[in-house]
Design a protein around this ligand. Structure first.
Ligand code: SAM
Ligand code: SF4
Ligand code: SF4
Length: 331
């Protein structure tokens, strides 16, 4: 069975993103605006969230179905208590384990994460300028603390590190060159991401998207580098002065044709697209006593019926209601 599961558009299931919490210590305006995600927001209850044993069991089933890489995300994954214990369990499964984080808790946890077997981290950082960073993340955390996180991760071998920068108009276009300057010549891959219409709370509009074309022209990229893998979401470009950058053009140059990613929310629902409005409740099945075989069958059925390609047909669907929030589904 391993590896031969294809969806309706012939795409295999290769990557699994697991959200370990829907909570976060940032309130990025484009992801968890504070006026929505305030103290009364109904975050998931503790008992409704997958335990480490449940996550590990799901991981085993997905790996048997062909998954080669697992990425832990959220919310902010480092808010999940004892996360290195989960990494220890997953690292026994023989696939690459990565994590996406806002980085501020890395100085505290990087050594334990590395010792537990985490392979690499992607750190999100949208600005180098402290006041721009503060207005985007709305959190009281600082660029300096993210930089300390990046250094902590590097020093324990959690590299090569990737940096994710979401670019939003009239917010951080001015930061692009400074970020390139800071990172492109180190052993760090910086990737600029078009601002996406995930969820329904960020008030997204196309006018606020800085397009991949605009990003490339601000940076002045040279030639494109041939991707290592077809499913790489970033297009990589060489810089004339040395180093490279990536651009993730989810809105204007979509890549659904190569999308091999499934997502498991912290409450154990399977989503086959970032823009889905409903998921398959695998955790309830597991807790009701379903066997691994039954759970595998449910995943297979869901994946083989998958025909998602939201970004390719965005203009026809822009008003799809109830799209799941990024902090819940896992970015
Ligand atoms: N909290 C962690 C972090 O920020 O790295 C992990 C979860 S976060 C949802 C994962 C990634 O999604 C981050 O790099 C973030 O910048 C990105 N993201 C969130 N909302 C987005 C949006 N509307 N458009 C594009 N990227 C977005
Ligand atoms: Fe938190 Fe990450 Fe969303 Fe920012 S992008 S609010 S750090 S989950
Ligand atoms: Fe994959 Fe959906 Fe994004 Fe297309 S829109 S690349 S199918 S997650």
């Amino acid at each position: 069975m391993r590896g031969d599961l294809g969806d309706r558009l012939g795409r295999p299931l290769k990557d699994l993103r697991i959200s370990v919490t829907d909570r976060c210590n940032f309130r990025c305006r484009y992801c968890m605006p504070r006026e929505v995600f305030g103290k009364d927001f109904p975050f998931l209850e503790r008992g409704g969230i997958m335990s480490f044993e449940e996550i590990d069991r799901f991981a085993g089933i997905f790996i048997d179905l062909g998954v080669e890489k697992i990425r832990l995300t959220g919310g902010e994954p480092l808010l999940r208590k004892n996360l290195p214990d989960l990494i220890s369990m997953l690292s026994m499964r023989g696939v690459e384990i990565a994590m996406t984080t806002n980085g501020v808790l890395l100085p505290r946890y990087a050594p334990a994460l590395s010792a537990a077997g985490l392979d690499r981290v992607t750190v999100s950082l949208d600005a180098i300028d402290e006041s721009t960073f503060a207005s985007i993340t709305d959190s009281g955390h600082t660029v300096a603390s993210v930089m300390a996180g990046i250094e902590a991760a590097e020093s324990v071998g959690l590299g090569p590190i990737k940096i994710n920068t979401v670019v939003k108009k009239n917010s951080n276009e001015d930061e692009i060159l400074d970020l390139v300057e800071r990172f492109s010549n180190r052993d760090i891959a910086i990737r600029f991401i078009e601002y996406m219409d995930v969820g329904t709370t960020n008030g997204w509009s196309m006018e606020e998207v800085v397009t991949a074309e605009e990003i490339r022209s601000i940076i002045g990229v040279d030639e494109q580098i041939t991707p290592d893998k077809k499913s790489d979401v970033a297009k990589r470009y060489r810089l004339s002065k040395g180093g490279e950058v990536g651009v993730i053009s989810s809105v204007t140059e979509p890549f659904c044709g190569d999308c091999t990613r499934a997502r498991l929310s912290a409450d154990g629902r399977l989503f086959t697209c970032l823009f889905s409005s409903k998921g398959v409740d695998l955790l309830t099945m597991m807790r009701a006593g379903s066997t691994d075989k039954e759970l595998a069958k449910a995943i297979e059925t869901t994946w083989s019926n998958r025909e998602d390609r939201y970004s390719e047909i965005r203009s026809e669907q822009a008003n799809t209601p109830n799209r799941i929030e990024m902090s819940y589904i896992g970015g």
